[in-house]
Design a protein around this ligand. Structure first.
Ligand SMILES: Cc1ncc(COP(=O)(O)O)c(C=O)c1O
Length: 381
């Protein structure tokens, strides 16, 4: 039985065309981009081209793109790099952030920083009044994600950036879950820094970027031979970077058509879930079109994920990146969801190859699995 993949916020399949562009740089063109001979020159040229492709997708100059080993490194590089340049005051991060923002922010407490969590509302949006309250204290760094990985809720980053700038803080956004799903324009968002990752947009794993305002300078997280303008040392992952660039170009071409197509599938899915009595988290806010995060009354999320997997459907419970943890989702708790209901959370995240048949069959299977689980829990009492 072929599994149907409905977990694209965790990762996406590598696009065949992206793989085709990468392969020569894993085989015959293996040069080090720092070398002065023909092999190196070729590698350098394709890294430059990829930098242009990534820059074009988010509307910046290529010189603003620093390649990293992924979103996790880019978030760490910004937070630790900004803290290295600024006087230790307050860092304000939303309570909805991915652990790769939340944990490096928390770590600054040991370096004399005050760490302030920005509250979220029941609808999954960061509370702008709480941002104003936080920024009444001297604040040097603000980080708010553009799209939440669990709910798909789009945050008001441009408005928060305006508040941050008025307070003279540096504004960062983790745009990993936004790229390829909505238009992401660095200048419109008015941020100083932005994190991107290739493997959420049909590119390879282990490559991402930190996009920086030309006027800010960070202390490099990874120091060494001075690659990436001294911002990120280490021999470039040439094939990965080529793949990231190609994935950005395809994402741009796909964007206008993909979002409405996935919205139609998502709406059909949510109609079926409503018939089963599901609560959809974040449904009252603006969301990306591929993500549905729901709970069914009396059904444990982990159990449902396991049962759906046995039936051939790959979905996620809680945050995908912390799937070993059994704690209820921090995002849902921050939204004020009851911990018992939060334990029921299951995420379906659609991708470019999903079809209406996938949704219809998924709903049919879900109905059967839920009926069985309800029956089993009725027998247990
Ligand atoms: C919002 C968000 N930020 C950052 C990351 C980490 O990116 P990477 O897997 O490239 O390290 C993820 C991955 O799940 C994510 O969802």
């Amino acid at each position: 039985m072929a599994h149907i993949y409905l977990d694209h916020n965790a990762t996406t399949p590598l696009d065949e065309q992206v793989l085709a562009e990468m392969l020569p740089y894993l085989r015959e063109h293996y040069g080090n981009a720092s070398s002065r001979h023909e092999f190196g020159t070729r590698a350098r040229a394709v890294v430059s081209r990829a930098r242009e492709q990534v820059a074009a997708l988010v509307g910046v100059a290529p010189s603003q793109v620093v390649f990293t080993s992924g979103g996790t490194e880019a978030n760490n590089a910004f937070i630790s790099g900004a803290a290295g340049m600024l006087k230790a005051t307050q860092i304000a991060v939303s309570a909805l952030e991915h652990p790769c923002v939340a944990k490096p922010a928390q770590a600054l407490a040991r370096r004399g920083w005050k760490v302030r969590k920005l509250a979220a509302g029941r609808d999954g949006r960061v509370d702008l009044a709480d941002v104003a309250l936080a920024l009444a204290q001297p604040t040097a760094i603000v980080s708010v994600m553009l799209v939440n990985n669990e709910t798909g809720v789009i945050q008001e980053v441009a408005t928060i950036a305006e508040q941050a700038r008025a307070a003279r803080a540096w504004m960062h956004t983790d745009a990993v879950q936004a790229l390829g799903k909505i238009k992401v324009d660095f200048n419109e968002l008015n941020v100083h820094a932005m994190t991107l990752s290739a493997h959420k947009i049909y590119g390879p794993k282990g490559v991402g970027a930190l996009v920086l305002d030309k006027r800010i300078e960070l202390e490099p997280l990874i120091k060494g031979g001075g690659h990436e303008g001294g911002m990120r040392s280490g021999t470039e992952n040439v094939a990965g970077i080529v793949g990231f660039g190609a994935a950005c170009e395809f994402a741009q071409l796909r964007l206008a058509g993909l979002a409405p197509r996935l919205a139609a599938l998502r709406d059909e899915l949510e109609r079926g879930l409503a018939e089963l009595g599901a609560t959809i988290f974040g449904a009252d806010a603006l969301r990306v079109s591929n993500t549905t995060y729901f709970a069914l009354p009396g059904i444990d999320g982990e159990t449902l994920v396991v049962e759906l997997d046995k039936a051939g459907y790959a979905v996620a419970s809680g945050a995908a990146c912390s799937s070993t943890s059994t704690e209820p989702s921090a995002t849902l708790l921050a939204m004020g969801v009851d911990p018992i209901q939060a334990r029921g959370a299951v995420r379906v995240s659609l991708g470019k190859d999903n079809t209406p048949e996938h949704i219809q069959n998924f709903l049919r299977v879900l109905q059967t699995v839920v009926a069985r689980l309800m029956h089993m829990s009725a027998m247990a009492v």
